[in-house]
Design a binder for this molecule. Structure first.
Ligand SMILES: Cc1cc2nc3c(=O)[nH]c(=O)nc-3n(C[C@H](O)[C@H](O)[C@H](O)COP(=O)(O)O)c2cc1C
Length: 225
């Protein structure tokens, strides 16, 4: 792992095959650049997409994690900051967190995706997977996955422009982002399921979310068997 300081934050670059040392909260982990083309057509991904609730044992690679995050909320037009999923008035109310447990290059923890930097920020060190599974009524797809994505919405960002309509807009956006992850996962041989059945307060506690951050979807991610 290479480490350096960028502005006020510590940046690290995981190296494939190397186990990472412990990281401090606030450290940014640089992600590999997202591929802009792939081997499966959109039509085939649409046809093959299914909800998958149990996964193979092999960990996901940093490249695969980076690709899935980019599909969810990656910047695809850097000049104006537009992303892979549409956003009402480009208000970008979604936050994407990743619970990591089974990735050799990345210590277990809760990480926040930073779309502009295409990086992960460590927020909470340690394995919160079982707490999250309990908050989702014991759904075992969460406990079995090496990586779990959680999409949350910050409605006030969109409400400043759209008032009472913001709540529905934010929920729609979570759907766009989640479908992108489903399709990208299908193309990579990675399974997922959108989980909407959970206790909000339990998920917020597992991820140490801010009060303004409302968890909307949990998506376990793992290799297809
Ligand atoms: C809003 C919403 C909430 C869902 N919540 C759960 C859930 O809590 N647990 C689960 O295993 N699947 C959940 N699903 C996935 C559905 O069960 C799944 O999409 C459905 O069975 C159709 O299967 P398919 O996705 O393979 O087409 C949810 C889907 C949606 C759209």
């Amino acid at each position: 792992m290479r480490a350096w300081v960028a502005g006020a934050v510590m940046m690290v670059l995981p190296i494939a095959g190397q186990t990472s040392p412990l990281l401090e909260p606030g450290t940014l982990v640089a992600l590999p650049g997202a591929a802009q083309s792939g081997g499966m057509s959109v039509e085939q991904a649409l046809r093959e997409r299914r909800s998958v609730r149990s996964y193979g044992r092999d960990p996901l690679s940093m490249r695969e994690i980076a690709q899935l995050l980019w599909a969810a909320q990656g910047v695809s037009e850097p000049r104006q900051g537009f992303r892979t999923a549409p956003s009402a008035g480009a208000t970008f109310p979604l936050e994407v967190d990743l619970l990591v447990t089974g990735i050799p290059e990345l210590p277990a923890g809760v990480y926040r995706y930073r779309p502009r930097e295409h990086s992960l920020e460590l927020r909470v060190p340690g394995d919160r997977r079982r707490t999250l599974e309990a908050a989702a009524l014991g759904q075992s797809s969460i406990g079995n996955a090496p990586v779990v994505m959680v999409i949350s919405g910050v409605t006030p960002r969109t409400a400043r422009r759209y008032g009472a309509r913001a709540e529905r807009y934010v929920h729609m956006e979570a759907g766009h982002a989640a479908q992108n992850v489903y399709l990208q996962g299908t193309a990579l041989g990675i399974g997922t399921v959108v989980i909407g059945a959970f206790r909000d307060d339990g998920v917020a506690a597992a991820l140490s979310l801010e009060r303004s951050e409302e968890p909307l979807y949990i998506m376990p991610l793992g290799r297809l068997r």
